[in-house]
Write a protein that binds this ligand. Structure first.
Ligand code: F0G
Length: 404
């Protein structure tokens, strides 16, 4: 196993602490000697989990694990009917131990930190990464430092980072500022950087792709739809599918379909130009705070994933995100945070435009749990109705709002 620059193909040993290519600044990828890996469906009998796929993960020691992955893949017929599609599934990553898909990356990333002898891990975050980092660092017995954009992170996520003992700093700036600063901090202080620029962390996240195939009975869906922020997850899932194709477990890579919010959509704009590079946005804004990112670091990998799989990048408005969040909650009983609902909103929009066909088999990835962002819920659903502790008063209120 070694690291390779995706641009100039320079190689680095997997023991080197490095996040981008020293020669050209390009992103790095983990390369395995696939001829030495024996992977076949017959051998993959255990229930889905991140570590079920240990032979395709870059860790040699006992992992730091709190049982991540193995999230449900729900068939969603009521929502499918509303959207006008025959076969729709939701992979609910909000049911990971800390409530988001980040745990898949952190179990690998924090295990790597221990392998490399690092004593402190760090990240910038719109919230979920910091929560997950704090929890895995706690489990590993090492320190965590997180930089958050001040006042811009959902309360559930801040609560997790604080309770699990991370040093939490609120930066007067946005996520992109926090990310620039944490990179510098990691270089100066020898902290181990666990944002998705870290290629080892992304290896854990590719298991979302493995599990979708696994849960569909070793069949491939036509399309994956997911929210895109810093653009690591779409790149990682695409890599997972590519590996399964290499092992002839699937024939085709599903169309990678990335959804961004209208106020933070540099990847969509690049896709519309047919470009492989983004133009960063200075003041990203959306109710989906998890994907409020103007300068996604993994854009080159994500755009490659989209183009190579004949996928699409599309943007949705905050209102469309909120409507989709409510539909998913009320038709399917799946509670997600706003960023996750962007995937459903994107599917709806692309279906209405006729870009996605009715007979496609689609999987939407919902990345984070509803409970992460209770403030958004109150602002879009309103607070509970206050009523006297009296049966007549209760009946009066209900008669106005419930149809029998
Ligand atoms: N959905 C949720 C709930 C997220 O927290 C994130 C990213 C994304 C989608 C986008 O994933 O960055 O891989 O494209 N959250 C990061 C964080 C940025 O700091 O928690 P991506």
């Amino acid at each position: 196993m070694f690291l390779e620059c995706i641009e100039c193909k320079a190689e680095y040993p997997d023991t080197e602490i490095i996040y981008t290519c020293k020669r050209c600044g390009g992103l790095l990828d983990v390369i395995y000697d696939y001829s030495k890996i024996d992977l076949s469906v017959q051998k993959l009998k255990q229930p889905p989990s991140v570590w079920k796929y240990a032979s395709l993960l870059p860790i040699k020691r006992e992992p730091v694990s709190i049982k991540e992955g193995g999230t449900p893949l729900y068939r969603c017929d009521r929502l499918a009917k509303q959207i006008g599609i025959h076969e729709l599934y939701v992979k609910h990553e909000g049911l990971n131990p800390t409530g988001s898909f980040k745990d898949r990356g952190m179990t690998v990333g924090v295990s790597k930190a221990l392998e490399l002898g690092m004593k402190t891990v760090a990240c910038a975050s719109t919230g979920n990464t910091s929560a997950s980092l704090a929890i895995y660092a706690a489990k590993a017995g090492i320190s965590a430092v997180v930089l958050l954009p001040e006042g811009k992170v959902a309360m559930g996520k801040v609560a997790q980072a604080l309770m699990h003992g991370a040093k939490v700093l609120a930066i007067r700036g946005n996520f992109d500022d926090a990310f620039r600063l944490v990179r510098e901090l990691c270089d100066r202080e020898e902290f181990y950087l666990l944002n998705s620029i870290n290629p080892f962390r992304l290896e854990g996240q590719k298991t979302i792709g493995f599990e979708i195939i696994d849960q569909l009975g070793w069949e491939s869906p036509d399309r994956i739809v997911l929210p895109v922020g810093n653009a690591g997850n779409i790149s990682a899932i695409y890599k997972g599918f590519s590996e399964f194709k290499r092992f002839a477990i699937i024939e085709e890579i599903p169309k990678m379909t990335g959804i961004q919010a209208e106020g933070a959509c540099p990847i969509v704009n690049a896709f519309r130009r047919g470009a492989r590079e983004i133009i960063p946005e200075k003041n990203p804004e959306t109710i989906a705070s998890a994907i409020r990112i103007g300068d996604p670091v993994n854009a080159p990998k994500a755009l490659h994933a989209i183009y190579d799989s004949e996928g699409i990048a599309e943007k949705v408005s905050d209102d469309e995100i909120i409507d989709a969040q409510k539909s998913l909650a009320r038709l399917e009983g799946i509670g997600v945070e706003p960023a996750s609902a962007a995937s459903i909103a994107g599917l709806q929009k692309l279906r209405e435009q006729g870009v996605i066909e009715q007979d496609e088999r689609v999987v939407c990835v919902t990345t984070g749990h509803l409970l992460k962002d209770p403030e958004e819920v109150i602002s879009v659903c309103g607070a509970p109705i206050e009523v006297e502790a009296d049966i007549e008063a209760i009946k009066r209120v209900l008669s106005k709002s419930i149809s029998k």
